[in-house]
Design a protein around this ligand. Structure first.
Ligand code: ZN
Length: 631
């Protein structure tokens, strides 16, 4: 359908009330003089959306909008109880963004306040929840969305134009494995047809030191594209971990200017982790990061947020839907509907098909699945993790024993995901265990990542959601201490304590600084709670290495490890083997093919064989650089 056909269709419904129609990404923006007439009667919008098969928004033209001062006055009056934190006017979009601690009170009964604001001022109200803890990332991303609104408008209109190109016949579909095949790290998969080129994830290898590792093993094989990077149509990001998103700014540095699709919390978490990586490269390693802050801000400007379950056109022949993956906040399983349903691809990203303290289990009911690309981090024959109750017990006992010994407990964690899961567990101990007096120090980006969680309670399990909404956030409790900015030695020399610090695989960051201070203390304990990539220092120590060297002040310093070393499984955000198989079993239609990925050599092979044997599905575990024709 072209724009003139869309315009005449809308004209049929709105008549002379219609002033203009514009395409903003896959959304049709309809401009009218009197917003009150259409904001209160939304049935025509639904009718249009179903006829045009696109989301439709209605806005008032600029000179029919009230002044920001007058509008603000009305908002303050209507939302006096809502604890407003920010009100921003986005002139390019005709929207007023209202941020509050109590968004329900901004909306009002049955949306009454929203109707009143829209009808009386011509501004379309957009509601955002304020995080219960201050978050510079949430604030930064929200402010920059306003500051860059004009660029963003141009960008969305460009995307809209691309999406209107005539839909060609889908004659062939192929997949090119660019990273995380028979390995964990640098996830990247190209899905290509004659007319569409879509990249799923763009990660770096986080198990390797970014300075000393060779670039060939650090980054995905995007130099294998058979086309210039500018010709890529879309990037879809499954979740914010750096092994899925760390390469994205490089694409922008290399000239990519297209859309990036992800859930709203992934955008915030991604911004946090990418800036942290950038600072680590510049400040800690003293080298220039291979991309600039400008590339990150360019990338953020091109993010198109997608809610779980929402169907979005990303090229004229491909529709995208994202579903909860249960792995970390905002993590998604990607579903691509290609060529009017000729082929359906599911890319799982990292997923947990089992309960955690923080998130609901991964989604399993998909309309259709032909080819599945599936993670196999714990797909090996022996990867059966203990139940969560046993894991909690084991963690608690190790902490209590170490504290009795007057030692410290160091837990290396990913800033996003494992650290919140472990925090929730320890917070529950502290509540249940009457004599608890052990301080829990959190360092690095753990605090900020937790704050981002409080802005998106609707993505969390209902029990956590309820606590955040009732001002009893499990991320703020009596024994929680912020170590960021505190001298680390004063903590390691002090009273018994638990320290949670990234990186999770001891490849850099504060966890390594604490390890240097505690390595030779035989009273203290190092506990692994997450995945350790084969080449990381964490994996070496876990496997029994007790002599190692770590760079210190520009020189390699030798350490003789005397700490007790423990591994507590069961906190993982990944499915174990049983959960991976249960997910396949519970799919509502049997896929034609399953490709295993995101696991080491043996695990991807073992999972593929087991799925073939148990379910009679054609399976493969391809290598990086291989390609498969899907249709
Ligand atoms: Zn992950």
């Amino acid at each position: 359908m072209d724009i003139s056909k869309i315009q005449s269709k809308i004209k049929e419904v709105l008549g002379s009330d219609l002033v203009d129609v514009e395409l903003w990404g896959s959304v049709i923006a309809v401009y009218v003089r009197d917003l009150s007439k259409y904001y209160n009667d939304r049935s025509f919008l639904r009718q249009l959306a179903s006829e045009l098969k696109r989301k439709v928004v209605v806005r008032a033209i600029r000179d029919k909008r009230a002044s920001p001062e007058k509008t603000r006055e009305l908002i303050d009056k209507l939302c006096a109880e809502a604890k407003l934190t920010n009100v921003w006017f986005n002139d390019a979009f005709g929207e007023v963004i209202i941020e509050a601690y109590k968004p329900g009170l901004v909306i009002g009964k049955g949306g009454a306040n929203l109707h009143e604001i829209a009808s009386n001022t011509g501004w379309v109200p957009i509601i955002k929840r304020a995080p219960t803890m201050p978050s510079f990332t949430v604030e930064g991303v929200r402010k920059s969305t306003i500051a860059q609104a004009d660029q963003r408008k141009k960008f969305l209109q460009k995307v809209g134009k691309e999406l209107l190109k005539p839909t060609p016949d889908t004659t062939w579909i192929r997949a090119v494995m660019l990273g995380a095949f028979k390995e964990v790290g640098r996830s990247a998969l190209l899905i290509q047809t004659k007319h569409s080129k879509i990249l799923l994830d763009a990660g770096v290898h986080t198990g390797l030191n970014p300075i000393t590792a060779d670039k060939e093993s650090l980054y995905p094989y995007v130099n294998m594209f058979s086309f210039p990077i500018q010709d890529l149509d879309a990037v879809v990001i499954s979740h914010a971990h750096m092994d899925h998103v760390g390469f994205l700014p490089f694409l922008f540095a290399a000239g990519y200017d297209g859309p990036v699709y992800m859930t709203p919390p992934t955008r915030e978490l991604m911004a946090l982790l990418q800036l942290d990586y950038y600072n680590l490269m510049n400040k800690v390693y003293g080298t220039d990061a291979p991309y600039t802050k400008k590339d990150i801000s360019h990338e953020l400007n091109n993010v198109i947020p997608v809610q779980y379950g929402e169907v979005v056109d990303i090229t004229p022949e491909v529709k995208l839907t994202m579903y909860n993956a249960g792995h970390i906040l905002g993590s998604a399983i990607t579903h691509l509907h290609i060529g009017e349903g000729k082929h359906n691809v599911i890319y799982t990203g990292d997923f947990k098909f089992g309960p955690t303290k923080l998130l609901n289990p991964a989604h399993v009911s998909f309309p259709r699945a032909d080819s599945i690309f599936m993670e196999s981090t714990y797909g090996g024959a022996n990867n059966i993790t203990p139940n969560r109750h046993e894991s909690d017990e084991k963690l608690l006992n190790i902490i209590l024993e170490t504290v009795q010994n007057k030692g410290k407990v160091l837990i290396p964690v990913f800033a996003v995901g494992r650290s919140q899961e472990v925090l929730l567990t320890i917070e529950a101990f502290a509540r249940e265990y009457k004599d608890w007096n052990i301080p829990i120090y959190i360092d690095g980006m753990v605090l900020e990542a937790s704050a981002i969680h409080t802005a998106y309670p609707e993505y969390l399990k209902s029990s956590v959601q309820r606590r955040i909404l009732s001002n009893d956030s499990p991320f703020e409790f009596e024994y929680l201490k912020i170590a960021h900015g505190v001298d680390k030695q004063s903590i390691t020399d002090g009273e018994p304590a638990v320290i949670l610090a990234p990186s999770g695989m001891l490849t850099g960051g504060p966890s390594v600084e604490y390890l240097k201070l505690l390595a030779e203390d035989d009273k203290s304990t190092l506990i692994f709670v997450g995945y350790q990539s084969a080449l990381s220092l964490g994996a070496k120590i876990q496997q029994g290495v007790r002599e190692f060297q770590i760079p210190s002040d520009g020189k390699l310093k030798h350490y003789h490890m005397k700490m007790r070393v423990e591994t507590v499984e069961g906190f993982s955000g990944h499915s174990d083997r049983r959960q991976l198989l249960a997910w396949i079993k519970n799919l509502n239609s049997k896929p034609r093919r399953v490709y295993t990925m995101h696991g080491d050599f043996a695990r991807t092979e073992e999972l593929a064989q087991k799925i073939k044997k148990s379910f009679g599905i054609h399976t493969e575990s391809p290598w990086n650089l291989e390609a498969r024709r899907l249709r």
